[in-house]
Design a protein around this ligand. Structure first.
Ligand SMILES: [Ca+2]
Length: 277
């Protein structure tokens, strides 16, 4: 259909962006053309990907500045994790989402100051929410555990804090959701398979205390993103460990509490995002 023509069109936008010439009028024209491209004619071509006056909430992992919709589109397109974006024109904020409208329909709501666009033209196969909650202790071999609900490739694990606390030092009486000292960038949560082989963090240095930009030991949630998808079978058991408990290292002075969480798994059969068209 018009796919090739639009790819060429977006290439021109990129060229214009890098050349910094007659940029504003061109981008204004681009917005209008893309708006029309995603209007009624799309119904006969593919599912609607862009919606004005709407946003996908609760799935944003990063927010950057963008001068306009097209700038936001190009920035999202450069990030392989970006499955959709919200462009808030009142704040000129470009919010990258790790989910798309079809994979998180209940989070797709009306927002008058926003335009939302999915980056996938074909729905990938996603699964969200593992039923129940998982609780992780910090000593005496008390990891949490969960079963994969289906076979596939896991691209992210989201750990959403529900209750409780863990900690690595009774002397200091530190406690937090995911680490030791509160509000620290040091995270003590690791994921293993059923045989306690570490699957996340992927490139750990043996110490197992790791960092993820934008998250702390007191964050309401953690997002573990696999650079290589974790290939799983249905019903496979995985564990959520406190690092000192897994290594049997200085457990004696750890908190006796547990952190309980909800786990949300993102599956994708095809991890290749389609080109912006
Ligand atoms: Ca300790």
């Amino acid at each position: 259909m018009r796919r090739k023509r639009m790819k060429s069109f977006v290439s021109k936008i990129r060229a214009a962006s890098s050349a910094k010439i007659w940029l504003k009028p061109f981008l204004a024209l681009a917005v209008l053309l893309i708006m029309s491209n995603n209007s009624a004619s799309e119904a006969t071509c593919r599912k609607e990907k862009m919606t004005w006056g709407s946003a996908l909430m609760n799935h944003t992992y990063k927010t950057v500045h963008a001068d306009n919709f097209v700038g936001c589109l190009l920035k999202c397109n450069e990030d392989p994790q970006c499955r959709s974006f919200n462009f808030w024109w009142n704040k000129l904020e470009c919010a990258f989402n790790y989910a798309a409208r079809y994979s998180a329909p209940t989070s797709f709501i009306s927002q008058v100051n926003c335009v939302h666009r999915d980056m996938d033209s074909q729905p990938a196969k996603w699964f969200v929410d593992i039923p129940g909650e998982v609780c992780m202790g910090s000593k005496d071999d008390t990891p949490g555990a969960f079963l994969t609900p289906m076979a596939g490739k896991i691209s992210t694990l989201k750990l959403v804090y529900i209750s409780g606390e863990v900690g690595c030092s009774l002397v200091f009486q530190w406690s937090s959701n995911w680490g030791c000292r509160p509000d620290s960038n040091l995270l003590y949560v690791v994921i293993t398979d059923d045989k306690d082989k570490i699957v996340f963090p992927e490139n750990h240095n043996g110490g197992l205390i790791h960092t993820i930009p934008g998250f702390t030991s007191s964050s309401p949630e953690l997002l573990f993103t696999f650079s290589s998808p974790l290939v799983v079978a249905a019903g496979q058991k995985y564990k959520v460990w406190y690092s000192e408990d897994l290594r049997d290292s200085t457990e004696y002075d750890n908190q006796s509490g547990k952190t309980c969480m909800k786990i949300i798994v993102t599956f994708s059969i095809n991890l290749q995002r389609t080109e912006v068209d």
